[in-house]
Design a binder for this molecule. Structure first.
Ligand SMILES: Cc1cc2nc3c(=O)[nH]c(=O)nc-3n(C[C@H](O)[C@H](O)[C@H](O)COP(=O)(O)OP(=O)(O)OC[C@H]3O[C@@H](n4cnc5c(N)ncnc54)[C@H](O)[C@@H]3O)c2cc1C
Length: 528
């Protein structure tokens, strides 16, 4: 154990490690990248985080810079939870601190997962209605500005967070709240770190009001600090929105207060299969007024591959080889919704097939959902590494996008299938790569750049679903205009003047570093 590790272990109640096994484990997240940290810390309290940040910030003041990166479950797909410095894991900070059932408010530590939180809330008949991210932490979800498949109906996580507590780089804590004009002026006049942050943020927002206005109209892009426009509101200011999508670059979130909602009934589902994508999209458009909780689209080939996991999906696939599947679920008057879809049946293609929620078809629908969740949520042997995931694509351009995709498939000799959420217009492409291939870096880079090109061409945004992290930043940093870059750089400086919090993600990304840090699995041994 090195000297610094020993010192940090004396300094904090939680443990700090530098052993090869732990370093190896925290070198990867769900992304296509691998970066080795020097230390991994497991704080047991907010006080531990404060001491760790203060220590590394003081080192940076003496020109010894060690990057500090917060980490939740490590399920981010953009490599933002990776660092060659110190990882501060929130694994041990997973406690529910208070529930006020009457006000529907809950206070938690940032390392609690959504599943743990919703399980605890369910006892009071409450929930946080976001889907598809059960194992991820609330701190990670805020930092990625998580929206999820049911965001069209329920909004993203932002809609449910009231306040957060953040540890700043100098070890002080900031508790966010919306400050009215008088309180804001008073706070900004204080000669404290917090006062300085308010003062400088108010000034930055004023100086860039036109740009912020313009950016808020194109709210499809999550790069930079995507919720900045929500911070000022009619002479008031709340710093909380700045942390949504900040990917841990402004401070480490330690506690969160959320407002829950009553649990809805168990949703009822409809799976419809179409030969042509246009028919699938027309159907989706027709049922959108019924306000489905989820409305997802899958290339049928993905379902055929998911079948290999052993689940019986024949009920959905039947004899089809090509086509598209639309999955919808309804949590409001579901029986009426299903009746209405049945009544509309003649409007849709005759070759379409429907499976409705019923006692007989429930097992098929369950297997369909489980198989897909397992298949898509799991990077099988590392081969389906996420490179182009969670991008925005206007639904009306999907057909054109698929034509471009066919050309890209031929050019790169890859099989690429589209899937995602029609409800939120966020889609994914996750082709199989051979990680042992010496050409993997080159092929993955080409796929990232060419894919980003066709996404743009069809009016999409590469960082539309999740912020740019380390991987998407390779493309988004070249696209972002100078005034926007300047504004975000200034904002980062306000919170982190020594630039220790994940300095090499977002605008600090080096394309060369990222593109040479693709995972290599067994390739290292092949090269050796
Ligand atoms: C299968 C799959 C599907 C997904 N689908 C969607 C989707 O539909 N929509 C969407 O928006 N996203 C989606 N994501 C991405 C998702 O938003 C992230 O995976 C998730 O937010 C990460 O949570 P985590 O706890 O694993 O965080 P990590 O991966 O550990 O960290 C993610 C980022 O948050 C920072 N961070 C973590 N904790 C803190 C903290 N306490 N304080 C400050 N910073 C912190 C990290 O530094 C890092 O930058 C998907 C991911 C997967 C694997």
């Amino acid at each position: 154990m090195g000297k610094i590790t020993k010192y940090l272990n004396q300094l904090t109640v939680g443990n700090v490690f530098d052993s090869p096994e732990i370093i190896e484990k925290y070198s990867a997240d769900q992304s296509a990248l691998r970066v080795k940290p020097k230390f991994v810390a497991f704080p047991e309290s907010t006080d531990d985080i404060r001491k760790l940040l203060k220590f590394f910030n003081q080192l940076a003041s003496k020109d010894i810079k060690v990057a500090v990166t917060a980490r939740g479950t490590g399920l981010g797909e953009g490599g933002a939870a990776l660092t060659n410095g110190v990882v501060i894991s929130t694994e041990k900070l997973n406690h529910l601190l208070e529930i006020d059932s009457r006000e529907r408010l809950v206070r938690v530590q940032s390392g609690i997962t959504l599943h743990e939180l919703n399980t605890a809330l369910s006892v009071s008949g409450l929930t946080i209605p976001i889907d598809g991210c059960n194992e991820r932490t609330i701190g990670g979800l805020i930092s990625e500005n998580f929206k999820g498949q049911c965001s069209k109906k329920y909004g993203g996580l932002y809609a449910y967070v009231e306040r957060i507590e953040v540890v700043l780089t100098n070890g002080e804590c900031l508790q966010t709240e919306r400050l009215k004009k008088y309180a804001l002026a008073k706070r900004a006049a204080e000669k404290t770190t917090e006062g300085e942050i308010y003062r400088k943020t108010v000034k930055l927002v004023k100086e860039n009001s036109d740009l912020i206005d313009k950016l808020s109209k194109n709210n499809k892009d999550q790069s930079g600090y995507p919720m900045l426009a929500q911070a000022p509101r009619r002479e008031t200011m709340d710093l909380m929105p700045l942390f949504f999508g900040a990917e841990g670059t402004l401070g480490i979130i330690s506690e969160v207060i959320l407002r829950a909602v009553p649990i809805k009934k168990r949703p009822e589902r409809v799976v419809a299969t179409f030969k042509e994508v246009e028919d699938a999209l027309n159907y989706a458009k027709a049922i959108e007024p019924l306000k489905p909780r989820k409305l997802d689209l899958f290339d049928l080939k993905i379902i055929m591959e998911a079948r290999e996991s052993g689940k019986n999906l024949d009920g959905v696939i039947k004899k089809l080889e090509d086509g598209f599947v639309v999955f919808a679920n309804f949590d409001e008057r579901p029986a009426t919704c299903i009746k209405k879809i049945k009544a509309m049946r003649d409007k849709f293609s005759h070759s379409a097939r429907f499976i409705y929620e019923s006692v007989n078809d429930r097992p098929t629908l369950n297997e369909f959902e489980n198989a897909l969740e397992n298949y898509l949520g799991y990077v099988k042997n590392g081969e389906r590494v996420p490179i182009l995931t969670n991008f925005y694509l206007p639904n009306e351009n999907i057909s054109n996008f698929l034509q471009d995709l066919t050309i890209l498939e031929k050019k790169l000799n890859l099989k690429v299938e589209l899937y995602g959420s029609i409800g939120s217009s966020i889609y994914n492409l996750r082709p199989k790569f051979n990680l042992e291939d010496k050409e993997f870096n080159k092929r993955a880079t080409m796929f990232l750049r060419a894919g980003a090109f066709i996404i743009n061409r069809q009016g999409g945004k590469l960082a539309g679903g999740t912020p740019e992290g380390r991987l998407k930043a390779v493309v988004t940093n070249t696209e972002m205009l100078e005034p926007e870059k300047k504004m975000y750089t200034k904002l980062k400086e306000i919170f982190d003047s020594n630039d220790i919090l994940s300095p090499d993600i977002k605008l600090g990304t080096s394309s060369k570093f990222t593109l040479t840090h693709f995972r290599s699995e067994n390739r290292t041994s092949v090269v050796v």
